[in-house]
Design a protein around this ligand. Sequence first.
Ligand SMILES: [Zn+2]
Length: 315
Amino acid sequence: MEHPHHDDDEAPVEAHAHKKHESHGHPDMDKELSAQMKHPFHTNPEQWLEAHGKDLDACFDCSNEPVTEVEIVCIDERMTMALKTASGKRVLRMAGSGVLFSKALTEDEEIEELADSLAKYVEEIARSSGVDVSAIKLKISSHLTCGAAAKKFGATSANPDESARTFQRKLAAALKKRGINAEFTNDAPMNGNTAHNALATTVDLSRGRLQRTPTTVESVDGMAQPMTLNTFVVSSPSDAKALEDALLSLDIASGSHSYGKKLRQYTFLVLIDPADPKRSWQFVSDLTAGARPFEAKGIKVKIVTREAPGVRNEG
Ligand SMILES: [Zn+2]
């Protein structure tokens, strides 16, 4: 059923649910919404990309250095990112570092399926880097008040974050059995925001070469100031799973832990893989279809794209 468009003041239906798992959200999401909207990306993403495409390109590892590290982090926009791009590193961003990746019947089977996918990913990178798989360190992190962990374990666990850590420890062990140099690195640092406040999701289809989002100088209320592009970030070894995570991020932004019905617009920034544009455009098409139910609820969903820079062929 469609909601009328004048119900902005209504309290989110689930405002009192999941109290122990996640914050109720910002005391004033109206204020938060207008603060986030000050980033010019949200008013005109095409224009922003034209002005700052190069800043975005600099967030990708374009070196041909052999990959020595793969980091797995949650899609959550509150995860802190590196300030500089490191050579020879990949970052995968999956909901709860992968706790929602598989829909197998048992947790053990889920872990096996995810471990297979990640092992294949690392093996492919090792092959293209010309190194042994053992030369690549795979770091799996958890984080506090993880919404994906709450979604996965909330109904069955008194401590979903700890259940996610247990899952990730088992995942590291399953990867080690496959010859992958995997390690569970515990809770990753966060930016301190209590509520989800992103109005966009960045989807990296280059399979992990994007390491961060750019900080650019923007004119806000007539004053130039540095601003970081605040978005969920999705990057997966599987496009189907990336699609699920991208739609999950919009679900979170329009849910009771974020803006709820106050959310009127949302932007997906899809970074096309130059090595396989056809695959990327299929993703854009699937995302367009997946966003339709949200548009039916009155959210204006915009999808903008930019081709990720290719890997340089140095010396
Ligand atoms: Zn999370």
